[in-house]
Design a protein around this ligand. Structure first.
Ligand code: BGC
Length: 753
């Protein structure tokens, strides 16, 4: 279909109408021209198709759908293939439900563990978030369904999410908050991008031409439509459209449509802007319409099983003092209401009407398991009778497994958590049970991380996160070793909230400005640099077997930044059972001249190994793996020098390292001025010669060598260091008129030539 000719046949009113929805979920297409209206739905970890009453907070019912583990859980799989298959499964279900676009993936960076929506987001690490996001997109879109990658951008808190202004410096934006979007847009071409509610550096995302057009389209080549988050369009619809925000949702904001019509009629806005937005929207609509398959059938049972597989691949064994896996013969007490009624998904727009939910107690029906409720979920107050019953049940068993975490009321879209602690009644339960049962395991059910003041009192911790509708069988399989845990946490668990780098500036000031003052030091980038102890480091996760790394090899030891480095490392399963290991590759530059994290994740692979088996895992590193964003160049830049290549089991468990020298192919041309320091001037051979001669003529002598001159008065190092930091103008002032202005101007001209 020729989209341009369709747009040419549309009236001005029809064009304006197309740029906002028909209702909460549908688009207002020109049906008289043969383009059917299409529907979009949330995402990301299941389908929330509201056939009747609509809302954006998950209050009203939606059609039954498979509830998969949430993003925070699934990211711990570090498994690209799993994301791809999940995407395919979701896309398939969208075909069945006649949805043109699925509103996900959600890839905002976990800046603070308090963010109420961290359960939906993937990681504190932009590379990991981007790699997984790309595969989800590939999967969904392979089914001829679009995605809407969200929420673009710097939307890392729920507090005042619709009004706050995220103040982020350019380098931080480029290195931390944009890369997951960038990689996804460049490599997986999402059909749509959802702009966030917040302002970024003073401009609402919906009006932000810099983000929506300059970066998204002009730099990254985005070719779909930008949709507003639901209600994110500002009062100035024209400004939004001109900035590149094509589709306003939800519809039908008649006043905003009118603004567009009037702007064209009055000549304030060129109709071409409106035409372009319409072409983008219709193009995406037709990508779906042309390939609709409404006869598609969802196999809910198969999807339920797949949800279980995802959970099994993702949940993380954080601690194990030899207590796990449990043995069938053991008498095990499951304690905590979450064992019976699991917390398996988060609240808000991602909330799915789960097809069926299987809890751990139900899944353990054939095992020697007893149960005590331990707490109620509608209160955080401990209940003495329930605690006593729990302690008795625990005492009478060989092992107690506590199902605790955070309740729905304390963690959801729309507001932030106020603490990392579990509710009082969950904490009290851990205390009561560990007091009587030394063999205690905790199963953590929470969208994000928690503090664990009791960590030394328990022998094992399996972190289930929000494990989706099949959380029960997955948990039981992992606890009993039917499946070997292989998840690794995609975020750092700090010892206390106050350790988090954003802690001092998390909630904005009275003007609703949230300053991202920790800059690029988010998550492990901060804890590493500060050499701080953490509860569990980024990338940590145990297995029922052990792995050894050896033979880290680089295919070269010197390279240009335009070359590709191939890295390989051997991984051996040294234990007694089959298992999977997530091999992590970090890159650092110990002697960098600029402020950088100690190391950053630049590669990962998940491998499965039989006992005794060795596999070689390979990675390719290209320019971006070594680069930082150089703001004055407005580009990525690789500093020449030695880089460390680190193969690791977690960000704090480094297995082997190797070094490579990288030479930059970018010639930096410094501009010299009176404010240039002597160090900068002497770094240039012409400058060094000049200063040497100057020193030689000075009473110090030194034969033309500045260092030798300084040495001659016994001040070598100190004097040179002092001089290096001195601007040229100050040097001249100190020379007391000895250096004529023409000579200085001549020097600067030569240096800048
Ligand atoms: C959320 C989006 C969601 C939309 C529609 C908004 O409140 O931020 O993630 O897709 O509602 O439900």
């Amino acid at each position: 279909m020729d989209i341009k000719s369709i747009v040419a046949q549309m009236t001005l009113e029809e064009k304006a109408a197309l740029c906002s929805g028909k209702d909460f979920w549908r688009l207002e297409t020109p049906e008289r021209l043969g383009i059917p209206s299409v529907m979009v739905s949330d995402g990301p970890c299941g389908i929330r198709k509201q056939a009747d009453k609509a809302d954006h907070m998950g209050f009203n019912a939606s059609v039954p759908a498979t509830s998969y583990p949430t993003g925070s859980c699934m990211a711990c799989s570090f498994d690209r293939d799993l994301f791809k298959v999940q995407g395919e499964t979701l896309g398939h279900a969208c075909q069945a439900e006649e949805l043109s676009v699925l509103l996900g993936p959600a890839v905002n960076i976990k800046r603070s563990p308090l963010c109420g929506r961290n359960f939906e987001y993937l990681s504190e690490d932009p590379y990991l978030a981007g790699e997984l996001s790309k595969k989800y997109i590939d999967g969904v879109q392979s089914q001829d369904i679009g995605v809407s990658i969200k929420h673009y951008a710097a939307n890392s808190q729920e507090y005042h999410r619709m009004s706050n202004d995220s103040i982020v410096d350019e380098r931080t934006l480029r290195e931390i908050y944009l890369p997951a979007f960038e990689a996804s847009v460049k490599e997986s071409k999402p059909w749509t991008v959802m702009c966030s509610y917040n302002k970024i550096n003073g401009t609402f995302a919906a009006e932000n031409k810099y983000l929506l057009t300059d970066i998204l389209r002009d730099e990254w080549g985005f070719d779909g439509y930008v949709v507003s988050d639901w209600g994110a369009t500002t009062a100035d619809r024209v400004k939004c459209l001109e900035a590149g925000m094509d589709l306003e949702m939800p519809g039908k904001n008649v006043a905003n449509d009118k603004q567009l019509v009037e702007a064209v009629n009055s000549g304030k806005m060129d109709v071409a802007v409106l035409d372009t937005a319409c072409e983008r929207i219709l193009d995406v609509v037709m990508r779906y319409v042309d390939k609709r398959r409404p006869d598609t059938v969802i196999d809910f049972e198969a999807d339920h099983k797949f949800a279980q597989t995802i959970a099994e691949e993702s949940m993380v064994l954080l601690k194990n003092d030899g207590i796990l896996p449990l043995k069938k013969e053991q008498k095990v007490a499951f304690i905590g209401k979450f064992a019976e009624v699991p917390r398996f998904q988060g609240g808000g727009s991602s909330h799915v009407n789960a097809y069926k939910v299987t809890g751990a107690l139900e899944a353990a029906a054939d095992l020697n398991v007893t149960y005590a409720k331990g707490y109620e979920t509608d209160t955080d107050q401990p209940d003495e009778a329930l605690l006593n019953e729990a302690a008795e049940t625990a005492k009478a068993a060989d092992v107690a497994v506590l199902f605790v975490g955070i309740t729905d009321a304390l963690e959801s879209e729309g507001f932030d958590r106020s603490t990392l602690a579990m509710p009082k009644n969950h904490e009290a339960l851990v205390k009561a049970v560990t007091a009587v049962q030394p063999n205690t395991v905790v199963v953590g059910m929470c969208g994000g991380c928690i503090t664990m003041p009791w960590i030394n009192d328990v022998k094992g911790v399996l972190y289930a996160y929000l494990g989706g509708e099949a959380v029960g069988p997955a948990t039981v399989n992992l606890l009993y070793g039917n499946v070997n845990p292989s998840g690794k946490i995609a975020e750092t668990f700090p010892l206390q909230l106050e350790d988090n780098p954003s802690y001092l500036y998390y909630i904005g000031d009275e003007q609703d400005k949230t300053e991202y003052r920790e800059g690029i030091f988010v998550g492990y980038r901060y804890y590493d640099k500060k050499k701080m102890n953490v509860l569990f480091p980024f990338g940590h996760g145990l297995s029922y077997t052990t792995f050894e790394y050896s033979n880290l090899k680089l295919d070269k030891t010197e390279m240009k930044d335009t070359d590709t480095l191939t890295v390989s490392v051997d991984v051996t399963n040294t234990g007694a059972v089959k298992g999977k290991e997530v091999v992590q590759l970090y890159v650092g530059m110990p002697e960098s001249m600029t402020i950088r994290p100690d190391k950053e994740l630049k590669g990962f692979e998940k491998v499965e190994l039989e006992p005794g088996e060795t596999k070689t895992v390979s990675f390719e590193l290209s320019k971006r793996a070594f680069a930082y964003y150089k703001t004055d160049m407005a580009d990525w830049y690789v500093e020449s020098g030695e880089y460390e290549i680190i193969a690791a089991k977690s960000s704090r468990d480094i297995a082997c390292t190797a070094a490579v020298k990288v030479e930059s192919t970018t010639v930096l041309k410094p501009v010299y001025s009176m404010n240039s320091t002597m160090g900068e001037i002497m770094a240039n051979p012409i400058g060094a010669q000049f200063i040497g001669q100057m020193m030689a003529q000075s009473p110090l002598g030194g034969g033309g060598d500045a260092a030798a001159a300084a040495d001659s008065i016994g001040m070598g190092k100190a004097m040179m260091e002092m001089m290096k930091g001195m601007p040229l103008r100050t040097m001249i002032a100190f020379a007391g008129g000895m250096i004529p202005t023409e000579v200085i101007n001549g020097l600067l001209a030569q240096l800048n030539a």
